[in-house]
Design a protein around this ligand. Structure first.
Ligand SMILES: *Cc1c(COP(=O)(O)O)cnc(C)c1O
Length: 755
């Protein structure tokens, strides 16, 4: 007994350490194999998270099992049990791995579940007529076999989908359930069950060590299906060993009855969650077998609970159930009744908690960054570029509340400005209420006066040009080049030469960097320098983009940024003006705060504005800045997936990467040439709208905007932007978008493009 207890300890700790090492390796290796999970609307991780934690976990178990069983330490029939069960487990792991790479159809998945359940019952000799070589037959009443098969299927089907291991939920359950099975195995003298229990519990602990909030790796289908398999096979293994220990047919009936109850309760969060998910999907007419929707823990997190809190809840539930189940094995009739009643009560609790979660979700209480999920037949609307919050925003905002820095000024503001300036590589920054405000202040700083001309990109959002008019200036539009879709440097140089000849140079040039890509700044800056005209960059859509290693917005006299809700990072609304010129930023700062002169009373010698960002909002900005690199990587990956799926279609064009820098792919934009594609931009847009997917034409050139036509604004060129407007379409590109959601878009475009 002492020897066996020691053995259990060694196996438990050994597996934990081995699993910890191997999962750690997976965290390092996964990125190089592209095994990464992108943040999406259902997840709480904010960065690309490695997958394949389950692989490390399975290998650790396999090594330990081989060692134990080759040493012959696991008791009667261990070799045959583990041989059959382990073989099946590997098949299941392989199936889930291929499901990860290429989604299986629901029917195939169901067939595999039923098949593996049947195979395990058969392989472990649960029915005498079907006994296999090496495993003694075991008489099992039909009801017990059916109950076990049910536990198996519900547990496995659910755990199969329960892959996330987000903040260690799967690990938590695994530790509790493994420990409970080990205890039962010791109690009834089934060594293979005791050893398997501690090994599985240890492996889960090793996984959990890397994953207890925040998640650093996903267990993945391989790990969770394997885990489900282990827990499903343990009751059978227990029966087989009991059958061996007792003469055939004399299996104690209270043990027989205990096993399904124990199995059901111990894997309770799996089973209850599975049963709940199953019924809910039936009610909403959803595909019962489809992964990833309306799990209890998802409902909870969507309604505003954190993953860590849900994991704790599951831990307590699982531990309580395990103790209850053990009491069932040891207890008398009254206790048995009590445990069964408690199990019923737990189910009721799940029901109530779910209802509560749904009410909260309906009332709009959602976790940070998680859009509300709709269930049922209606597909949720896919937006072009919805906000996507990270993990730190809430912290900074809460700090502001805790210290009562709700008045506009406060430490987040200064910190955000410093952090942003450092990121962009400029000396000074002032945070403002919007990108438009930043451009307006830039116009004041360069001294635009009524009647002055300002050259501005023709192909852009109207906010780039409006601030010129605020100051009474006249916008002159410069067309874009076909290659970059941004201001054409040659056209700009020609326009400047033309105005120089007339002796009427513009007060400034505003260059917009569209859709996350910079304009060709080298020749643009050179042309402006030749004529001594300052350049203002509108980098509202290009936070994070670079030109020859320099950040968008850092190259001209000043740069304007936007943190509106649809931009790559957002503060719900806000902007920033940056420059290396301290006097300029100081002046902008003063203008943004009502242009107050230094005096104890309120003294003003120029007209100012109330354009300052608030300290609360700056807290969101600080958190967002930390996830900027993740957001860029994600948007670029979304672009790559679109291009891979749609790039081969005739007549569909993608905006190429320019040789001078790296873009953020804020939005993926395509062009559709109706002569070749057999469809046109509007047809594709309407098809997407029909499927509840938001897509928009590219910007309408400013020289075509009625307001500027009425003002008689001049334009240089114009044909290139007109062409882009006619044929171009922006596709949903939000960084919270899942692959499945992206596939919805791809499917619709493919369908619309088919002749
Ligand atoms: C969004 C945007 C702006 C304006 O920014 P706001 O913060 O919304 O005022 C200006 N220019 C371009 C090109 C934009 O896309």
């Amino acid at each position: 007994m002492i020897f066996f207890s020691l053995l259990l300890l060694v196996v438990g700790f050994g597996t934990a350490v081995l699993s910890w090492l191997l999962v750690g390796q997976m965290i390092r290796l996964a990125p190089s194999f592209g095994l990464l999970d992108r943040p999406n609307a259902r997840s709480s991780h904010t960065r690309l998270t490695p997958r394949g934690g389950g692989l490390g976990f399975v290998v650790a178990l396999a090594v330990v099992a081989t060692a134990i069983f080759s040493a012959g330490l696991a008791g009667p029939q261990a070799g045959a049990i583990v041989g059959w069960a382990g073989g099946l487990a590997l098949v299941i792991a392989a199936v889930s791995f291929s499901d990860d790479l290429r989604s299986l159809s629901s029917v195939t998945r169901l067939a595999l579940h039923l098949g593996s359940a049947g195979a395990a019952v058969w392989a472990l000799g649960a029915f005498p007529a079907l006994a296999l070589p090496g495993v003694a037959p075991l008489d099992l009443p039909l009801w017990a076999g059916a109950a076990l098969a049910l536990v198996w299927i519900v547990g496995l089907t659910n755990v199969y989908n329960f892959m996330d291991g987000i903040d260690g939920i799967a690990g938590v359950q695994g530790v509790v359930a493994g420990a409970a099975w080990a205890l039962l195995g010791v109690e009834v003298g089934a060594p293979v069950v005791a050893l398997a229990g501690v090994a599985v519990g240890g492996a889960c602990a090793g996984f959990l060590a890397h994953n207890w909030s925040p998640a650093r790796i996903f267990m993945g289908d391989v790990g969770s299906a394997f885990l489900g398999f282990c827990f499903a096979v343990l009751p059978l293994a227990l029966l087989v060993q009991l059958g061996q220990a007792h003469p055939r047919g004399s299996l104690r009936s209270d043990f027989l009855g205990a096993v399904p109850v124990f199995a059901g309760l111990v894997v309770w969060p799996f089973v209850a969650d599975g049963a709940f998910t199953f019924l809910r999907r039936l009610r909403h007419g959803e595909n019962v077998l489809k992964a990833h929707r309306s799990h209890l823990y998802q409902r909870l997190t969507i309604s505003g609970w954190t993953h860590a809190r849900v994991a704790q809840l599951y831990l307590w539930w699982a531990a309580g159930s395990a103790l209850g189940a053990l009491a069932y094995v040891w207890g008398g009739t009254t206790l048995k009744g009590t445990v069964l009643a408690a199990a019923g009560l737990s189910l009721l609790t799940v029901h109530r908690v779910t209802k509560h979660a749904e009410r909260r979700a309906k009332a709009g209480v959602t976790a940070a960054g998680l859009p509300q999920q709709q269930t049922g037949a209606v597909r949720p609307r896919l937006f072009l570029s919805p906000p996507h919050l990270g993990a730190d925003e809430f912290k900074f905002v809460t700090e502001a509340f805790e210290h009562n820095w709700i008045a506009p000024a406060g430490p987040n503001l200064k910190a955000f400005e410093e952090e942003f300036a450092a990121r962009v590589g400029v000396k000074h920054a002032v945070s403002l209420s919007s990108g438009t405000a930043a451009l307006h202040l830039a116009m004041r700083c360069v001294g635009v006066k009524p009647g002055d001309e300002v050259f501005v990109s023709d192909f852009t959002f109207i906010a780039t040009a409006n601030p010129i008019v605020y100051e009474g200036g006249r916008p002159v539009f410069i067309d874009c080049e076909a290659e970059s879709w941004n201001m054409d440097p040659a056209l700009l140089a020609a326009a400047l030469d033309d105005r120089a000849k007339k002796g009427r140079l513009p007060r400034a040039v505003i260059v917009a960097h569209l859709y996350g890509k910079t304009a060709n700044m080298g020749p643009i800056l050179a042309a402006c320098e030749r004529h001594g005209v300052p350049v203002i960059e509108d980098a509202a859509e290009a936070v994070g983009a670079t030109y020859q290693g320099r950040a968008a917005g850092s190259m001209g006299l000043a740069g304007a940024f936007s943190f509106n809700g649809n931009k790559i990072i957002t503060t719900s609304g806000g902007g920033m003006l940056v420059s290396n010129d301290k006097a300029l930023v100081d002046f902008a700062h003063s203008l943004a705060t009502q242009a107050r002169d230094p005096a104890p009373h309120y003294e003003h010698s120029t007209i100012g504005y109330n354009y300052r960002m608030s300290n609360v909002v700056a807290g969101i900005g600080r958190g967002q800045l930390r996830v900027l690199d993740d957001r860029v990587a994600t948007r670029r990956r979304i672009y790559a997936r679109y291009q891979q799926a749609l790039g081969g279609l005739p007549g569909i064009g993608f905006r190429a990467e320019t040789p001078w820098g790296t873009g953020t792919r804020w939005l993926t934009c395509i062009t559709i040439d109706p002569k070749i594609a057999g469809t046109d931009r509007e047809a594709v847009r309407l098809a997407l709208e029909e499927a509840n997917i938001e897509a928009r034409p590219l910007w309408k050139p400013l020289h075509l905007q009625p307001v500027f036509q009425r003002m008689g604004c001049a334009v240089f060129g114009g044909a290139v932007s007109e062409q882009l407007f006619e044929h171009g379409l922006c596709l949903p590109s939000g960084s919270a978008m899942s692959d499945i959601e992206q596939d919805r878009v791809i499917e619709q475009v493919l369908r619309a493009a088919k002749p």
